[in-house]
Write a protein that binds this ligand. Structure first.
Ligand SMILES: Cc1ncc(COP(=O)(O)O)c(C=O)c1O
Length: 431
């Protein structure tokens, strides 16, 4: 979606309806006032997703039988798989396979393992800003399959990785390229369409996977248009539930030798009794985004409604990002608060997910996160002492680390203003 310098927010009526569909938007589970600005580490929960999961968990029946209750549970699964594959990932009906695991990290390891064990080639490429599950799976399976491990380095000015840097490392012998759809530190959105197009000019047969755990709740995925071989997301970061991770693999990966019961069809990736309540929760998430989309389009097709809903979510979030940067005369934005440094700041020029990486150069960032929490705001520090953050923040030149601020589309400018006021108060403490 194109970004615009103009801020376009949901109407106050729609915003109120949206807030009401989520748990704990302006208070925590104990009823204490609280802003959850840590949606890149989790996500505010859609009530309908949690309720659907609970409703179906009550039913003891095995979904693999033939009585009416089992048939109903099979339908829940079929609807969930269609929603994940066709509506969320944008796959054509019947194309590819769904990979299910307990976490999205496990999904990534399964996909990378399968490709690396089956694909020809002598090297694999990833980037320095990947989450460890994407980075380390490529490194591990390079070691196990005797391939060279190559890492494209970040551009600290954008918070992403330049196309030329990726192209420098890809050659005719590259088996796999793994690039995330958006950074969970900077919010930088990778232009996957351009990356895939240019990389396949060098190596038409290369396998390409993308970790969409950060981007999926904030933008549209389209594995078919991008011709991706693998992609994953985490429902608990996408308004949904914990305890499952989902992935798409293309037809050619689905057919590779992988973990499965040998008598099942070659593209079968399901292993064990399926958890229908988890599928029901994802259908509830898709229903919600389609409901949102229906306020802006006459379309009735489920994918079209979903795409419209995600585009509107993205527009609201980019508008909130601009508001958070600039603020107003009454409440200065992050760029104008003395003692606060906005890192990787490109919100005016680049389409980005709603994340701001900020630093308080004079302060211990772990203490600053505690300062925020005491004042009713949850944010998270990404600092070099964390194994999840070290490689990423250092490759972005952020040796002191940053505080990651990640609100969600259900927040409004009033919520952001409250955060800005608290930020100014904390910055004064460390001036
Ligand atoms: C970009 C990205 N990829 C992958 C993951 C892994 O998610 P999980 O812990 O659910 O496996 C995360 C979690 O923080 C993430 O932000």
């Amino acid at each position: 979606m194109k970004i615009t310098p103009e801020k376009i927010f949901f109407s106050p009526e729609l915003q109120a309806e949206i807030k009401d569909k989520f748990y704990y938007v302006n208070e925590d589970y104990l009823g204490r006032p609280r802003q959850f600005f840590e949606n890149s580490g989790g996500s505010l929960r859609l009530k309908a997703a949690v309720e659907e999961k609970a409703r179906l968990e009550r039913i003891p029946d095995c979904p693999e039988r033939v009585h009416d209750t089992s048939m109903m549970l099979k339908q829940v699964k079929a609807d969930g798989i269609r929603d994940i594959m066709e509506v969320i990932f944008g796959a054509k009906p019947g194309s590819g396979a769904l990979v299910t695991e307990l976490t999205s990290s496990q999904v990534m390891f399964q996909i990378v393992r399968t490709i690396m064990e089956n694909a020809p080639g002598t090297n694999a490429v990833t980037t320095s800003v990947e989450h460890p599950s994407a980075h380390d799976s490529v490194e591990l399976y390079c070691k196990r399959t005797g391939k060279e491990f190559r890492v494209a380095q970040a551009n600290p000015a954008t918070g992403g990785v330049d196309l030329e840097e990726i192209l420098r490392l890809v050659d005719k012998d590259t088996a796999l390229l793994s690039v995330m759809s958006a950074s969970n530190i900077s919010g930088y959105i990778f232009d996957m369409e351009e990356i895939v197009r240019e990389v396949r000019k060098i190596n038409p047969d290369i396998y390409i996977v993308s970790d969409a755990v950060q981007h999926m709740p904030h933008g549209v995925l389209d594995v078919e248009k991008l011709k991706l071989d693998g992609c994953n997301f985490a429902p608990y970061k996408a308004f949904g539930i914990r305890g499952c991770g989902y992935g798409y693999v293309s037809d050619r990966v689905a057919r590779m030798e992988h973990h499965k019961l040998l008598a099942k069809p070659e593209k079968e990736w399901e292993l064990g009794t399926f958890p229908h309540p988890n599928f029901a929760a994802m259908t509830a998430v898709v229903d919600y985004v389609c409901w949102l989309g229906s306020h802006f389009t006459e379309a009735t097709d489920r994918r079209a409604l979903f795409v419209e809903g995600m585009d509107r979510i993205h527009l609201q979030e980019h508008s909130l990002l601009l508001h958070m940067m600039e603020g107003t005369e009454a409440v200065p934005g992050l760029r104008h608060i003395p003692g606060v440094k906005v890192c990787l700041d490109s919100a005016d020029d680049l389409d980005r997910d709603l994340i701001s990486a900020i630093d308080f150069p004079n302060a211990d960032l772990t203490q600053v996160v505690a300062d925020y929490y005491k004042r009713g705001i949850t944010v998270f520090e990404r600092i070099p002492s964390s194994l999840y953050s070290k490689r990423i923040v250092e490759s972005l030149g952020l040796y002191h680390g940053v505080i990651r601020v990640s609100p969600l589309h259900c927040h409004d400018t009033g919520d952001i203003d409250q955060f800005l006021k608290v930020t100014a108060e904390i910055a004064k403490k460390y001036a």
